[in-house]
Design a protein. Sequence first.
Length: 347
Amino acid sequence: MLNFLYILVKLIKTYLNNQTGVVFLLLAAQNLQSLFDDIPAHLPVCVWIIIVAVVLLGPCWLGTPKDSWPIAIGAMVCTAIACVFITISALVDYSKRGSTPPSEITFKSFSFSMGTMFFAWGGSAMFPTIQVDMRQPHRFHISVIISYIILLVFYVPVSIIGYSVYGASVRDNILANLPKNFLRYSVEILITGHLAMAFTIVLNPIFQGCEELTRVPKHFCWQRAALRSGIVLFLAFMAETIPHFGAILSFIGSSTVSILGFILPVFCYVLIKVRSTQLVHERFTETVFRVIPYWDIALLILSLIVGFFGAIASSYSSFSDLVNPHSYVKPCWLDPRSADSSNSTLF
């Protein structure tokens, strides 16, 4: 059973990191297109996707996260400053134009938003890779707690203030709602920097997994550069094929993060706990109730309920939006400017 779960986690994590890389490429390209929107040589998002992918080839050749820890620090600093600027810009915009009425909350919109919220916690798939590279892996739980507290400090103010100000008109990318001024341009630069840095970290488990399968040497070599470049260019092709990141983001969050972050950890934890403590002739359920406190069991059940609801309801809502003809966006290789108009509203 544990071997099956290991393979399942490996497959889902690979899929999640791949699609996360696609979303990062699309967001970075959209930010750059907006940033250089007023120059005479206007470049569409589809062209920026290729430019971003080519620029990121070099950083992706770095070894493991321990070789790129300054990139992680830089990404966090960019995010922190960007969140402050977004909050200030939204409040200034509110003082000038007031707030927009909120959208009607329906079961579909709630389910769709759950997928987006789940995606925000998709970094949990990176935890094992990070823990292996830590000097003191046994203190990993401390770093996780601190990291999630920092994430809440980043996300909560932007989410509450952004929705309170822009309501039903809020976009997939909230930067599109902000007025074009110094703050917005600064945020676009910072977020693009964050995406570029996070891109290399998110894809690192895929790089290492593929290198193990193909027996690429551990040191830097042309095989590593060729393999990783091929993966990045493949993700760029996927971004060019589906340049509508809002629906993709929600579908990924609901279909994969809910499983990786809420469902599979429960099964893995219980199985490992039982395997290591089960007595001879003791039934599975007897061992569970003997070694796991009732409070922990209640939390595990709650995690399963949230995970299953997110995986089923939110996947249905986001997938229906993804295949909806009204939200369909032509691939870039059919219409190079198709992505420029794909910045639809969330609800």
